[in-house]
Design a protein around this ligand. Structure first.
Ligand SMILES: Cc1cc2nc3c(=O)[nH]c(=O)nc-3n(C[C@H](O)[C@H](O)[C@H](O)COP(=O)(O)OP(=O)(O)OC[C@H]3O[C@@H](n4cnc5c(N)ncnc54)[C@H](O)[C@@H]3O)c2cc1C
Length: 308
């Protein structure tokens, strides 16, 4: 089996974490070729070539591939799809944009958010906010698969795959980049951070979310939030963790003023160590927490930050 893995390329650089985790799953399916596409992608391709188990890297550089538009990237993938049995990508915002178009052009389904590979045709994925695991067997001739990165360990370094330059496909011209509004942050990226500190509705206001941010900065952590905190305007949308937010599995997840609704747990319950701070000892978050502190967060969090 030959597998084409879409590398996660941002501003010419490879997101090694997401790509290496998807690579672990892709390797279970066959020989993996990584595609790095962007306005600039040579550095990303060189980085991908070092990942353990990569057989070949394809590097496509073209202005049309530079702004995360689904159409030119999907056209490129479809133009080379004939050589591959599987087209795989990490289940990131980017791939969620590109893969449905690839699948539609190939007239196959997308097998999304895969958390386990049973065999080349059969995959596991979470459903019902992670409360059940569905096993999907596809008879499509070509499988288009997105990988839930939080459930796979990253492939290591040590590879030295050859890099081949390829041309972009003709731009279908169906969309045009206008502007990116990117929030600048010195904090680690939420989905790949080793530590995440999240605040919920219990934090009470946008101003008081500074308590969460201070603790996060002390720990070198990313900041997350529950949907209730986001909907209340305490935290920006891209901090949301959960079923309709981001899925994270850090070494340490600290949930503060979060009750632990199943939709929130769906985004963080695979974290290695979970710490919860909540004033209600009956809060469901304590059922998944490794360490629980029943306390008022307005007292406990500043004290914890000071002591750290
Ligand atoms: C289709 C669907 C998708 C959803 N997707 C998501 C999702 O992606 N992510 C998500 O998070 N939710 C999601 N939700 C919403 C989810 O059901 C919950 O409503 C939400 O997670 C609750 O957020 P919360 O825990 O911050 O708020 P609450 O449930 O209101 O909990 C607040 C907690 O703070 C504690 N608290 C209050 N004051 C203090 C204090 N001073 N000190 C310490 N503790 C305090 C309280 O005891 C309480 O446990 C989704 C819901 C639906 C229906």
């Amino acid at each position: 089996m030959a597998v084409l893995l879409l590398g996660e390329v941002t501003d010419g650089q490879l997101s090694v974490d997401a790509t290496a985790k998807a690579l672990t799953a892709a390797k279970m399916l066959g020989d993996v070729t990584v595609l790095c596409a962007g306005a600039k992608a040579a550095d990303a391709a060189a980085e991908a070539a070092k990942l353990d188990g990569v057989k070949k890297v394809l590097c496509a550089e073209d202005a049309s591939l530079g702004h995360r538009l689904a159409e030119p990237t999907a056209a490129l993938i479809v133009s080379i799809a004939g050589d591959y049995s599987h087209i795989v990508a990490p289940a990131t915002t980017d791939a969620k944009n590109v893969l449905p178009r690839v699948a539609a052009l190939l007239d196959v389904m997308v097998i999304s958010d895969v958390s386990g590979v049973v065999d080349a045709d059969t995959f596991e994925r979470p459903i019902y906010a992670g409360n059940a695991i569905q096993t999907v067997k596809s008879s499509d001739g070509k499988k288009v698969v997105s990988i839930r990165t939080s459930t796979f360990d990253p492939a290591g370094a040590g590879g030295s795959a050859p890099v081949e330059t390829i041309s972009a496909a003709a731009n279908p011209g169906l969309s045009e980049w206008v502007e990116d509004k990117v929030a600048a942050s010195d904090r680690p990226e939420l989905t790949s951070a080793g530590i995440v500190v999240s605040g919920g509705r219990g934090v009470g206001s946008q101003a008081d979310f500074a308590l969460i941010e201070k603790l996060a900065d002390k720990l070198g952590a990313a900041v997350g939030a529950s949907r209730a905190a986001v909907d209340s305007g305490y935290a920006p949308n891209d901090w949301q963790v959960g079923q309709t937010g981001k899925v994270v599995a850090p070494q340490l997840y600290v949930a503060i003023g979060i009750s632990g609704a199943i939709q929130h747990l769906a985004g963080m319950k695979d974290s290695k160590v979970i710490v919860a701070i909540n004033k209600d000892e009956e809060a469901p978050i304590f059922q998944v927490a490794d360490y629980g502190l029943v306390a008022d967060l307005f007292a406990a969090v500043p004290e914890l930050t000071d002591k750290l």
